[in-house]
Design a protein around this ligand. Structure first.
Ligand SMILES: Cc1cc2nc3c(=O)[nH]c(=O)nc-3n(C[C@H](O)[C@H](O)[C@H](O)COP(=O)(O)OP(=O)(O)OC[C@H]3O[C@@H](n4cnc5c(N)ncnc54)[C@H](O)[C@@H]3O)c2cc1C
Length: 385
């Protein structure tokens, strides 16, 4: 059972809903133009506990479970996706590695600081040539006395320019049949030898920053090896990513809902030759396809989160939800631009940003192709058992 009662959760959800609609939405253009989340919004998010909503209460978080997490994610998806990115790594891919695999000492050292927003954590898995197939990563961790020494380079690391902590995956030995030989380390950003590259110039999600991170001769004490287990890395990454996929699916549903709402509002009022474009049945058909996708996605996300929580399905369902919802959001955003005609191509309108923002959802935390592989191979493995 969740640590947060349904009544308390409804209050949190209402606060987040109001924050998104009244505080963040009016600033979307500013976020896009400045490529930054304004400090005052960041402060408000911190005060609301948003840096730690999915971190257990004993470590200073709000302690929401995944079914509650997806409800928040659908709210966050309604505005610039950069907002969610700001605290997404603390609650999600990076934070969950600590929550599920960290020792008590590691949790005590970091989780409260993550939950309060004092420290931003980044999840550093991807490398040039090792994205879809992280088992091929080449960053090395070599034992030296009681320490580990890390060498390698990571790319596309969300929040790297503002991170205080890197959760770094590294190979401790060549892959063999007994395990993957991948460990995960907690590396404070100010450790000598850690170098964060320049901010990447991205297609969308302005205000959310990524960069390469190089590790050269970075010395990490034994206490920085997550779980004290040199073989836990691959499992930790896969566990964190599977949970994250349900969250990303929910985010996609929120964005698709926004694209739909923008489309309906536009179609109901904009005219051609004196006729509201919403009276044209071909426009209505586009709205119908958008609405159907949103409803299907929302139902899928909610059921997937429940099945994840009960332990019934923590692999195929999350991939199916991410695949369906992110592809759906891409189609819905594309239709939104279409419904807006030429105006949809202009920076002035939210649908132009949404079209670019959602493109990433089909790429990170496993591309659509990788989700299909997980679903298909999982089904075949299940049939052979
Ligand atoms: C803005 C942004 C933020 C990110 N944030 C993070 C982060 O915080 N931490 C982190 O570790 N990573 C992060 N990533 C990395 C992201 O997860 C990877 O880019 C993604 O997993 C794809 O890997 P890749 O870029 O190496 O592409 P590739 O794996 O090279 O994929 C290229 C194409 O080949 C296809 N492909 C690859 N392998 C197969 C296969 N076996 N079968 C069929 N098709 C295949 C892919 O589906 C894709 O179409 C981020 C990326 C971006 C762009």
């Amino acid at each position: 059972m969740s640590a947060v009662t349904p009544e308390s959760f409804q209050m949190i959800l209402k606060l987040v809903h109001d924050f998104v609609r009244t505080k963040v939405m009016p600033r979307e253009r500013e976020i896009m133009d400045t490529d930054a989340i304004p400090d005052d919004l960041r402060r408000q998010a911190t005060e609301m506990g948003l840096f730690g909503y999915a971190i257990p209460q004993e470590w200073g978080g709000l302690g929401l479970d995944l079914a509650q997490d997806v409800e928040l994610a659908m709210e966050f998806g309604y505005t610039a996706l950069a907002l969610r990115s700001m605290f997404g790594t603390n609650n999600g891919i990076a934070g969950q590695v600590l929550v599920n695999f960290g020792t008590d000492e590691q949790k005590a050292q970091w989780l409260e600081r993550l939950a309060s927003g004092e420290v931003v954590a980044s999840f550093a898995l991807t490398e040039p040539g090792a994205g879809s197939n992280p088992a091929g990563l080449r960053t090395k961790a070599v034992r030296d006395g009681g320490d580990w020494v890390l060498d390698g380079e990571k790319c596309f690391i969300t929040n790297a320019p503002i991170a205080g902590l890197f959760v770094v995956f590294a190979r401790t030995r060549p892959a063999d049949e007994s395990g993957t030989g991948i460990a995960v380390f907690l590396v404070p950003a100010d450790t000598p030898g850690v170098q964060v590259g320049v901010k990447d110039k991205k297609m969308g999600q302005e205000g959310a920053w990524t960069a390469n991170v190089a590790f050269s001769g970075v010395r990490v004490r034994a206490a920085g090896l997550v779980g004290g287990d040199a073989d836990a890395g691959y499992r930790a990454a896969m566990t964190s990513l599977a949970r994250g996929r349900v969250h990303i699916a929910a985010l996609a549903v929120g964005t698709a809902q926004r694209a739909l709402d923008e489309s309906v509002a536009y179609a109901a009022t904009a005219t051609q030759g004196g006729t509201p474009i919403g009276d044209f049945q071909l426009v209505q058909a586009m709205l119908a396809d958008q609405q159907t996708g949103v409803l299907a996605g929302r139902a899928l996300v909610r059921e997937t989160a429940q099945r994840y929580l009960s332990g019934e399905d923590r692999r195929i369902g999350p991939s199916a939800a991410k695949l369906y919802c992110t592809e759906m959001a891409g189609r819905v955003a594309d239709l939104a631009v279409q419904i807006h005609g030429g105006s949809g191509y202009l920076r002035e309108l939210p649908v132009e940003r949404i079209y670019r923002d959602v493109r990433l959802l089909r790429l990170y935390e496993g591309t659509s192709e990788i989700q299909r592989l997980i679903i298909g191979s999982g089904l075949i493995r299940g049939a052979r058992r």
